[in-house]
Design a protein around this ligand. Structure first.
Ligand code: SF4
Length: 73
């Protein structure tokens, strides 16, 4: 996705996250599990934009959302 803006944040809905680890599989430098097996963002610039989109789309519960500055947080 050349020229596409990178997200300024990634929102993880902890209530929705069921710890499948799909996001970590697709973007291992961006996501990790915390001690409750919920996804957390460890480095927002850790992976390519394509990997981030793949991770969001792969999440089985729709717990992830890319946030862009203009949308607020
Ligand atoms: S893919 Fe979704 S449900 Fe699975 S760990 Fe990541 S945020 Fe949680």
């Amino acid at each position: 996705m050349p020229g596409a803006p990178r997200p300024t944040a990634i929102h993880v809905d902890r209530a929705q996250c069921m710890g499948s680890g799909m996001c970590i599989m697709y973007a291992a430098n961006t996501f990790a599990h915390d001690d409750e097996t919920k996804a957390v963002v460890i480095d927002i610039d850790g992976d390519s934009l394509e990997a981030l989109h793949n991770a969001v789309e792969a999440c089985p519960t729709g717990a992830l959302a890319l946030v862009y500055e203009s949308e607020g947080v």
